[in-house]
Design a protein around this ligand. Sequence first.
Ligand SMILES: Cc1cc2nc3c(=O)[nH]c(=O)nc-3n(C[C@H](O)[C@H](O)[C@H](O)COP(=O)(O)OP(=O)(O)OC[C@H]3O[C@@H](n4cnc5c(N)ncnc54)[C@H](O)[C@@H]3O)c2cc1C
Length: 248
Amino acid sequence: MKPVLKVLARPSITEGMEDFLREARLTWVETSEATPAERLIEFAGRICYMSFGTRQHRIGHSDYISNLIAQGHESVLEHACWTVLLSDVSRAFTHQLVRHRVGFSFSQLSQQYHDESDADFVAPFGLDASPLALTEWQEAISAAQKAYNAIKETLKADPNLNNKEANRALRSAARSILPNATATKIVVTANARSIRNFLLQRGAIEGDYEMRAVSKLLYDMMLIEAPSIVADFECKELDDKSSMIVHM
Ligand SMILES: Cc1cc2nc3c(=O)[nH]c(=O)nc-3n(C[C@H](O)[C@H](O)[C@H](O)COP(=O)(O)OP(=O)(O)OC[C@H]3O[C@@H](n4cnc5c(N)ncnc54)[C@H](O)[C@@H]3O)c2cc1C
């Protein structure tokens, strides 16, 4: 099972930008290839110095955004946000992901409201290199599934609890047995600055295959959505065909 990323929402430009320029009688020479996210970031940056019209010296969104990053003026990047759905990722991975507090918002599948009897499990990369390790892993997963169902089906909830809270109590007891490998889904909203911080910290940790796989998905998304945001990163393919997102 490999992580899957689906883009749910992305920046879009409304008529407000044109309205402002027209009303202020300002011109802005843009590059035609700029994506909506890149246009938004460049516009926000230019507002700081009102560098439109005769005050526009730099032409080209990628050059402009690279300069913002080089100057450490990265708060401007925060205006561009994306919402993605990550699925087929492990709870171990999402536990690390949600440590990123700034510029991220999360909504994750609940193990209290959702019955996990049919949960999937994410096998660690390379586990099949050892038949013994693979067998042990599969047996531990089966045992956890069996225990989950046994706890849920045999435990009696406090009769004073209403249905909703009784289910919560039973699932809480049952889920305590589920492993880090349990597959989950999480909706993530992140801005361009926080995505850069994530890639910087997480994209090239050699031993963390799942983290690198998600970093690659995010990097690939950014190459389409706003390539100038990740222009100072590159993707390296390793001998085992996994990828590493490296800051240059
Ligand atoms: C290789 C590696 C190993 C790790 N090991 C562990 C571990 O063993 N245990 C563990 O608990 N975590 C571990 N972490 C998680 C790590 O400590 C961070 O919680 C996580 O990477 C998020 O980073 P962040 O705080 O920079 O991100 P964010 O929370 O998104 O913050 C972004 C930036 O905002 C600023 N900021 C945020 N909050 C504050 C604040 N309160 N005060 C001042 N500035 C702030 C900082 O500049 C920060 O870099 C590990 C991370 C990595 C990459």
